[in-house]
Design a protein around this ligand. Structure first.
Ligand code: AHR
Length: 651
């Protein structure tokens, strides 16, 4: 077994009193005799929202922007030349009625066609394959044709492929393009190559190598990063986009299912929410809709947690009560929530269960919980939530309902929200807090005195925001320290999800975020690694962990919690050192007999609190793991300043 330089593994035969004690020493007792509260499998999860180009231009691998010509400016993202018209007559997809007609430019030397700029460019890798597809029809009896090209920023063509359109009826055509080189900022160009005109709709380009190889697929590196987090729960699709800036633009899950070509485009409120980060081309194609999100949830091993509109549009943006659905007109919204449960779980003979089966998933998605409303507050919310609770309880008595406590971590609205949730017997209350490092460190004891008899806590959006709002190591460490409070209070904290999840380096509106990416690369923030360490080491039960009979909640900068994993027969220790000092940690395990035990120790540390992981330097902060043997009921090791450790001991 390897011995690690800085790590001192001692077989203590003496009691703590006789050990070396100094100002930097902490003697911690972990009690294995009393198995504490269960920790939910869902405890550490992820929250996906289409913000920062998280979906279109991000996780959803489509490379063509405005593929169905449905943006309010039908040709946004496209540059046309020659004779190109946008039309709607005889369109193949009723929800997306626009298409383009490419006609002869009028002279042999003139050209008709169009370029697509992609999302911040189209990025391709050398020797990788890309699936170009399009719905098309000819006009007139002769065949029509197009040439598809990829061109670089200097307008040099580096890939060219012909495609014949041979039918007057709308039909899907596809061709595989193999890129001869890597290019980060290409454009896709389509030339009309025939005198006979043709119509094009739903122009699409995907990498062949997507997550699970699906044609309407997800970016493999980004989906893999989610899988690698070992998330217990997957909250989606938002966030504020659930509410919409107005009711018309709220997320309607029914628009996000069925054939992708017919999913109705929606605005994305993150286009304009922050005028200093304005993105006029930010829309939601719903190509990655509720079916795909449920499917992803299953594939990454997380329990799905959809959020539905409660009939309130964004309360920040709508002070006029008339901007919301009247309480007595909520029925269609409530029906949407009930239908969603049927879509996820219903038998394939039911209307929505059948759609799920038709889409390729006859088995249930095993949906157990749903959030009604995102970040809502006040009596406006309570009076709308109540009829949802009644209707859902009546049809699905054991289904878990998540209510909101609003955007603040405390205060009048927060307290009112909680009291209403208790009254309505909501199962979980969603709390949101984006706070500075000091707050996180001072609040590791936040849940110690929560009412154990009321609804459970779902920390549905949280992140430590340092001054520069970057994903630096300091913020990650504060989250690690704070999260020991989640674990210690697992009897009341049911689950948590960091927010937001993704950000495109060129298209972000909000930071910090867990995973950053450009069109070819992605990078895991230090915060990601904290989430991963928790996600990989959940445990099944809390173990009392104290120093001088008190929980470790920041005394001299130390935060600690411990868990037992009954299934894997493991003891899991988590400990963060927020101080600038080295610490000698002496653990004593009550109830553990002397024996040789295999263990791993994983550390996350940096001397520079401001350091980030970037696309160019992705490995500045990463966990380091070493194996060792522990041979007593004592275990000592040294914590470096500013560090987080997870020790897993096989019992
Ligand atoms: O996570 C970003 C936003 O923060 C979410 O959309 C919203 O719920 C919160 O205000």
């Amino acid at each position: 077994m390897k011995k690690i330089g800085f790590l001192v593994v001692l077989a203590f035969s003496l009691a703590f009193g006789t050990q070396v004690v100094s100002a930097q020493t902490h003697n911690i007792q972990v009690d294995l005799k009393k198995v504490g509260s269960p920790i939910q499998k869902t405890m550490y999860g992820i929250f996906f929202e289409d913000i920062n180009y998280g979906a279109d231009g991000g996780l959803y691998a489509e490379m063509i922007k405005n593929r169905s010509f449905e943006f309010p400016q039908s040709l946004l993202g496209w540059t046309t030349f020659g004779n190109v018209e946008v039309r709607t007559d005889g369109a193949p997809f009723t929800n997306n009625p626009h298409y383009v007609r490419l006609s002869y430019a009028g002279h042999n030397d003139k050209q008709t066609g169009m370029d697509n700029e992609g999302f911040f460019g189209i990025a391709v890798k050398q020797n990788a394959e890309y699936r170009f597809s399009v719905w098309a029809r000819t006009n007139g009896d002769a065949n029509s044709g197009i040439r598809i090209e990829l061109i670089d920023p200097e307008s040099a063509i580096f890939l060219s492929q012909k495609l014949t359109v041979d039918s007057k009826e709308w039909k899907k055509y596809q061709v595989i393009l193999k890129s001869p080189r890597t290019e980060t900022k290409a454009r896709l160009r389509i030339f009309l190559t025939s005198k006979n005109s043709l119509d094009l709709e739903h122009v699409s380009l995907f990498p062949v190598d997507t997550w699970k190889g699906r044609e309407n697929g997800l970016r493999k590196d980004l989906a893999q990063a989610l899988y690698d987090l070992h998330p217990g729960v997957f909250r989606f699709p938002g966030g504020c986009i659930v509410e919409g800036t107005d009711l018309n633009t709220r997320y309607q899950w029914k628009n996000s299912v069925g054939p992708i070509e017919n999913r109705k485009l929606n605005e994305n409120r993150w286009e304009y929410t922050f005028p200093q980060r304005f993105f006029p081309d930010y829309y939601q194609s719903y190509g990655m809709g509720f079916f795909e999100l449920f499917q992803l949830s299953e594939e990454i091993g997380a329990e799905p947690l959809p959020v539905v509109s409660c009939g309130l549009s964004c309360q920040f943006q709508n002070k006029d009560p008339k901007a919301h659905v009247a309480v007595n007109e909520l029925d269609p919204y409530i029906q949407d929530a009930l239908d969603l449960i049927e879509f996820a779980n219903g038998d394939i003979t039911t209307k929505w269960g059948k759609l799920r089966a038709d889409m390729g998933h006859p088995a249930s998605f095993n949906l157990k919980q749903m959030a009604v409303g995102n970040e809502q507050w006040g009596s406006l919310y309570a009076e709308r939530l109540e009829p949802f609770v009644k209707a859902i309880r009546a049809k699905y008595p054991t289904f878990k309902i998540v209510g909101s406590s609003g955007p603040s971590s405390d205060g009048k609205d927060f307290d009112f929200g909680w009291s209403e949730m208790k009254r309505m017997k909501a199962d979980l209350v969603d709390e949101h807090y984006y706070k500075d490092p000091q707050w996180f460190l001072a609040n590791a004891n936040r849940y110690d005195n929560y009412d154990r008899k009321g609804p459970k806590v779902f920390a549905g959006e949280y992140a430590c925001h340092p001054k520069n709002r970057k994903n630096n190591f300091e913020s990650a460490l504060c989250e690690a320290a704070f999260m020991t409070g989640f674990e210690r209070n697992a009897d009341v904290v049911y689950q948590c999800t960091y927010a937001p999840l993704f950000a495109h380096v060129q298209g972000w509106q909000w930071r910090p975020d867990l995973i950053w990416f450009d069109n070819l690369r992605s990078v895991k923030s230090p915060n990601y690694y904290v989430q991963q360490l928790y996600g990989m080491n959940v445990g099944t039960n809390v173990l009392t962990t104290v120093e001088n009979k008190l929980p470790l909640e920041g005394q001299e900068g130390i935060y600690a919690s411990s868990a037992l994993d009954k299934n894997k027969n493991e003891l899991i220790l988590k400990i963060a050192n927020m101080s600038d000092l080295k610490k000698q940690i002496n653990y004593e395990f009550a109830g553990l007999k002397k024996a040789d035990r295999q263990a791993t120790l994983t550390s996350l540390s940096s001397e520079n609190p401001d350091v980030e992981n970037t696309l160019d330097k992705p490995l500045n902060v990463t966990p380091k793991t070493s194996a060792m043997t522990i041979n007593d009921k004592y275990f000592s090791f040294e914590l470096t300043p500013k560090s987080f450790y997870v020790v897993v001991i096989k019992l």
